[in-house]
Design a protein around this ligand. Sequence first.
Ligand SMILES: [Zn+2]
Length: 96
Amino acid sequence: MAGTGIELIVSTLIRPINGSCEETRDRLSDHLEGSLPPRRERRVRRHLRYCRRCRSLYASLVRTVESVRELGRRDDAELSGSAARVVVERIRREDL
Ligand SMILES: [Zn+2]
C-alpha cells in the first residue's frame, strides 16, 4: 500500500533529513535492540515521529517481539533479534 498523496509528498521532501521508509524499516529491529549508532538512532527516531506507517510497523514489531519473549525464555536476546528480522522482512514483502 502506497499511503495517501500528502503523506507521500511530505515523506519525499523530508527524506534527506530523516531517511526513507525503506531505510527506517531496515533499521527498526536494530532500533528495538538499541544497537544503532547514535546518529542513525536519532534519524530513525525523527522518522518515526512524522511517519505514521513506520510508527505502526514499529508498534507491531514491539508487540511481536514481546509475545515471542513470553513464549521462550531461552537465548532471549538472540531469539528476539531474529524474530524482529523475520517480522520486518515479512511486512516489507507485503507492504512494498
Ligand atoms: Zn516511514
